[in-house]
Design a binder for this molecule. Structure first.
Ligand code: FAD
Length: 420
């Protein structure tokens, strides 16, 4: 960007938008920053919405990325409860639903994603929930108590976390998944089997290979999920957890290239030189996957893209690319995932799922491409190092827990140095 002190407008006051404002100031941007967000809240973390916040052990204040004083002290204007309805890319201004017209030199889009809706009859009934924001979590929490039965449609991470929270609060939970197993799109079979067994042991009913054909209700409130084979699953609330969709309609209507998410380069630039896009709404290249584009819905991705956009706007050098990573908390389990657990040709399980401490390594051509570690920080850290090394690893050595993963990493790194 050539402008000495560009006026920056950020659309979306979520994890990515809030982080971008903070990085810009931290990196020395002296011009104006306006952040506009639909929700009534300051930028906050969503991960606790299916975990600590849903269980009632975290408050709204504890979710905030930064307190209000942070933005005031740094002259970041936060406009909450306000939605950008139009981007005029020719005039370089945005229009809001309350009639503001805000000019920009640089626009950062950070509108996130929305929960995918279930397209079956009855999905508009009362008691049918999604879980994307604080208001959703507040509404869902009313059913998280003894005497309630929650039907969770979708066996992905949000669904599993909500099921764990429900059980810990004494509600009954049944997970209904269309695929033959849980976490079908995102995790290896051994990991999915482990989570299914763990949830069942905590009293969660799991139905896989099930097609939801309609929801039924009484007096406007859902009371059953009906499956394709005629089965009726009684419940008094439903959580639809079937994935997210990029909020790219605003960008699309401004003529910005989108492909199920705003298409960006490695520094979050769109095809309009004055417009960046960051976070869940983007489809970004991943160096780990030969720069093929992916949509990543994760906090580390939102932060990385916010940092890279800020650096790019301020003409600062970029840090090395980060490895994609993600986490999930369920009961007393901490799952940490690094890399891309797909398009691989071998799987190595290290450790013992029976004691809830193990890792699933994904290999392609003998190289570690991803690790899914349950209650095992050394495997998560070691796995990241092995992925970054790009070296071949002996699967038998990887599976052998008599030697530490740290020792294996040192060996692999030493052999890489010898070759260099
Ligand atoms: P968001 O945080 O969704 O922010 C986008 C904001 O933009 C929203 O507030 C939205 O209202 C606003 N907006 C949209 N359109 C407009 C407009 N036109 N004008 C103004 N404002 C607008 N990630 C992990 O890494 N680990 C986890 O354990 C994890 N758990 C999760 C659990 C739940 C229940 C959910 C919902 C998400 C979880 N995630 C997790 C994902 C993570 O929270 C997201 O990847 C992250 O919030 C993305 O940040 P974002 O800023 O792109 O989007």
């Amino acid at each position: 960007m050539t402008h000495a002190s560009p006026r920056i407008v950020i659309v979306g006051a979520g994890h990515a938008g809030g982080s971008a404002a903070a990085f810009l100031r931290q990196f020395g941007h002296a011009g104006s920053i306006v952040v506009i967000g639909t929700e009534p809240h300051l930028p906050y973390q969503r991960p606790p919405l299916s975990k600590a916040y849903l269980k009632g052990v975290a408050t709204v204040d504890s979710l905030l990325l930064r307190p209000a004083a942070y933005y005031a002290d740094r002259d970041v204007e936060l406009v909450t409860g306000c939605t950008v309805t139009t981007i005029d890319a020719t005039q370089r201004l945005v229009v809001t639903d309350d009639g503001r017209r805000l000019p920009y030199d640089v626009l950062i889009l950070a509108t996130g994603s929305t929960a995918r809706r279930l397209a079956v009859p009855g999905s508009e009934l009362g008691g049918v929930h999604h879980l994307r924001d604080i208001a959703d979590a507040d509404a869902l929490r009313r059913h998280m108590a003894p005497g309630h039965r929650l039907a969770i449609i979708g066996g992905g991470y949000v669904g599993l976390e909500a099921a764990a929270s429900a059980r810990l609060l004494g509600a009954e939970a049944v997970i209904i998944e269309r695929e033959p197993r849980l976490l079908a799109r995102v995790a290896a079979a051994p990991l999915a089997e482990f989570f299914a067994a763990y949830h069942r042991a905590h009293g969660v009913e799991i139905i896989t290979g099930a097609d939801v054909v309609r929801l039924e209700g009484r007096q406007g409130n859902v009371d059953a999920v009906i499956l394709g084979d005629g089965r009726r699953i009684d419940c008094d609330a439903v959580l639809v957890g079937i994935g997210g969709q990029a909020c790219d309609a605003l960008a699309l209507s401004a003529g910005i290239a989108c492909d199920n998410g705003v298409v960006v380069d490695e520094n979050a630039r769109t095809d309009d030189p004055h417009i960046y896009a960051i976070g869940d709404m983007t489809r970004r290249p991943l160096p780990l996957d030969d720069d093929r584009r992916h949509r990543l819905e994760s906090v580390p991705n939102a932060i990385e893209q916010a940092r890279r956009a800020a650096n790019s706007i301020l003409d600062l050098p970029q840090p090395a690319h980060e490895l994609p990573w993600f986490w999930s908390d369920q009961y007393d389990l901490k799952l940490q995932i690094a890399g891309l657990p797909f398009d691989t040709d071998a799987i190595v399980v290290r450790g013992d799922p029976a004691v809830a401490k193990f890792a699933v390594y994904h290999l392609r051509g003998g190289q570690v491409r991803a690790v899914e570690a349950v209650n095992s920080i050394p495997d998560f850290m070691g796995g990241k190092a092995l992925i970054a090394s790009g070296r071949q690893v002996d699967p038998a050595r990887l599976a052998d827990t008599t030697a530490s993963i740290k020792a294996l990493v040192s060996e692999v790194q030493a052999s890489a140095q010898n070759l260099a």
